[in-house]
Design a protein around this ligand. Structure first.
Ligand code: F6R
Length: 615
């Protein structure tokens, strides 16, 4: 949940680290810090707040010299966000400097032992404990930094991606990974370290992603030395050539990443189905499914695990799989599933959905299901992420980097992949007629153009937002395929505008939430023509007769809802299973505009982080 960056080479490290931190700020943004090392002296600057605050502070407090540097942007776990708790942290002697993403779970007992042996602590962090443990090991055992890191890590429990250097070894950084991501960029006479490749993409396309339980000694002028933390075994770096480009991780003229990513959806959905959906030939091609077709066809059931928005995509998938492929599906919050001793058999297929591929609870659920013999399939966006590597097979969403903390294109591309899988299985099982199957393929192929059309309502939605920006509550209702969309709409509003919002199946309203409705309550109702239309219209009438304010998302050309609702936003017509891909668009835009009007930080909402690598 934090971002880490490091550099060692022939350039000034300062601008590389600062820019890198800005790109990683989606991972955490309550405090930030940087250390530079010129071979003799270190220069440290840390502050509560964002990288922009660090930039201001470090301009006056730090000399920009130093061709070795480490930087950190934090999402607090142990210790409140303040200057002192920010990383990097020094060891007691001042010789070792560390940055850390993750949690050292047994830090209290380690700290107590270190205090008894005379160590002093200035912060409340688990990280300061780790760097002092490394120092103690180094001094006691008389070993080099790499060995000391290894011994110390074998004494701690938890998750980490760390980078540490020793002032007495100016040409070396030691890194290690367990449970948090860590990439090493390999340049010409220089190395980069980061939580993902975005900080170094303009310098090199060559990167090594550390596996869990690996550490590396990065020494200038030498090749990276990789080894296992547990047993010293040598590991061989698998150097990947990255496809990422700079444009993809910049705002490209939009005011916010979130807006850019909302508008990218037509392109992202196309990229998701490119090469997989061959509508003219009547084929869905997905290697990960083809190679494991028997597992899917013989599955007792599919269990979907995910968190947040990805969980909502899982709910949509439940409707699609059951409806089209006639396979029973259960959708679980990964955080509940992993702790509730679920019944899992070898005939179960588990699908894990995750944009980042790093969500700790989802990863833990996967590991548990694998231990119990289930076949695990991943749907991830980030290539090479932990979940992508941990699963037996998978399909990437190919949405491109999603940097706004609120998920948008991740959601629609996840649904696209899951629809393709459902269609493929339906074809194999014969649960759809040829005509139905072809109909869906053609319809899915046309979705990007319809999303484009749905985006044309932006100006109308902005006007609607002005009326509701000061609301304190908001209700979202939908039925069938649009029930998860209601949940997702509510999540988007609450996470970026801090307005309390609830999503409900429309028919459940009368079992409780209807008591909340008065003239102050905006109710967003998804009332597309396909999908229990008459019943939703009755729900709208119930809201109307209690003076609720209705914002309805309807199918193009709808007249009946217009007469009842205060505002109507149209989306193009499509087949029912694909409606979430369209109805979610106005809800994303509504939350964006309301948040903006309330002066909220749309891309970096308070208390959140893009990738939740702690449980
Ligand atoms: C909401 C949001 C989160 C994530 C959740 C899972 O907009 O972004 O709810 O969906 O943290 O993250 P991933 O998909 O990376 O596993």
């Amino acid at each position: 949940m934090c971002g880490i960056v490091g550099y060692i080479g022939h350039r000034e490290a300062y601008p590389i680290i600062i820019k890198g931190l800005q790109r990683l700020e989606y991972r955490g943004y309550d405090s930030a810090g940087i250390v530079l090392f010129d071979g003799e002296n270190t220069n440290l600057s840390k502050t509560k707040g964002k990288v922009e605050d660090l930039k201001r502070k470090s301009k006056v407090s730090i000399s920009t010299n130093g061709k070795l540097g480490l930087g950190h942007t934090r999402w607090a776990t142990h210790g409140v966000p303040n200057d002192v708790n920010s990383h990097p942290h020094y060891s007691n002697s001042g010789d070792l400097v560390i940055i850390h993403n993750g949690i050292i779970e047994n830090y209290e007992s380690v700290k107590k032992a270190l205090v008894n042996r005379g160590y002093e602590f200035h912060s409340d962090t688990d990280t300061e404990v780790l760097v002092n443990l490394i120092e103690e090991v180094k001094n006691k055992e008389g070993v080099m930094l790499g060995k000391a890191v290894q011994i110390a890590l074998n004494q701690v429990v938890g998750a980490y991606a760390i980078a540490v250097f020793d002032k007495n070894k100016p040409d070396e950084i030691v890194v290690a990974k367990l449970g948090s991501p860590l990439a090493i960029g390999i340049g010409d006479g220089e190395y980069f370290i980061a939580s993902d490749a975005s900080p170094f993409i303009e310098f090199t396309n060559n990167a090594v992603y550390l596996e869990d339980g690996e550490m590396a000694i990065i020494r200038l002028g030498k090749e990276i030395k990789l080894r296992k933390i547990k047993n010293d075994a040598i590991a061989y770096p698998n150097i990947l050539e990255l496809q990422l480009n700079l444009e993809e991780i910049e705002k490209g003229g939009y005011d916010h990443f979130m807006l850019k990513e909302i508008y990218e959806q037509p392109r992202a959905i196309k990229d998701t189905y490119r090469g997989r959906l061959l509508a003219d030939e009547g084929i869905v091609r997905m290697a990960g499914i083809d190679q494991n077709m028997e597992r899917f066809l013989n599955a007792n059931r599919i269990i979907i695990v995910a968190c947040g928005t990805s969980w909502h995509a899982g709910l949509v998938a439940e409707y699609i799989f059951e409806d089209l492929a006639r396979i029973p599906v259960e959708v679980e919050y990964a955080s509940e599933f992993r702790y509730r001793n679920p019944v899992i058999t070898e005939n179960d297929v588990l699908i894990a959905i995750s944009q980042s591929g790093e969500t700790a609870d989802t990863l833990a659920a996967i590991k548990m299901a694998k231990e119990k013999g289930a076949f695990v399939f991943g749907v991830c966006n980030v290539v090479g992420s932990s979940i992508a590597r941990e699963t037996h097979a998978g399909a990437y969403t190919h949405a491109g980097p999603e940097i706004g903390v609120a998920s948008t294109k991740a959601f629609t591309t996840q649904i696209t992949v899951l629809t393709l899988i459902a269609l493929k299985l339906a074809k194999e099982k014969g649960s759809l007629s040829e005509a139905e199957f072809h109909g869906y393929l053609t319809e899915l192929e046309g979705i990007p153009a319809k999303v484009e059309k749905a985006l044309e309502s932006n100006a109308l939605i902005e006007t609607i937002a002005t009326e509701y920006k000061d609301s304190t509550n908001c209700l979202y209702l939908g039925r069938g395929y649009n029930f998860p969309v209601a949940l997702e709409g509510a999540l988007k509003l609450k996470e970026i505008s801090y307005i309390h919002a609830e999503g409900y199946p429309a028919a459940e309203m009368k079992h409780g939430p209807i008591a909340l409705i008065d003239e102050e309550m905006p109710v967003v109702v998804i009332a597309t023509r396909k999908g229990h239309y008459e019943k939703v219209v009755s729900n709208i009438q119930e809201i109307k007769s209690r003076s609720g304010r209705i914002i309805a998302v309807v199918t193009e050309g709808d007249e009946s809802v217009k007469e009842l609702a205060d505002h109507v936003v149209e989306v193009p017509e499509t087949s029912e299973p694909l409606t979430p891909l369209l109805t979610t668009i106005p809800l994303q835009l509504l939350s964006y505009h309301i948040a903006l009007m309330r002066g909220c930080n749309v891309d970096q909402p308070r208390n959140l982080a893009k990738s939740v690598t702690v449980e």
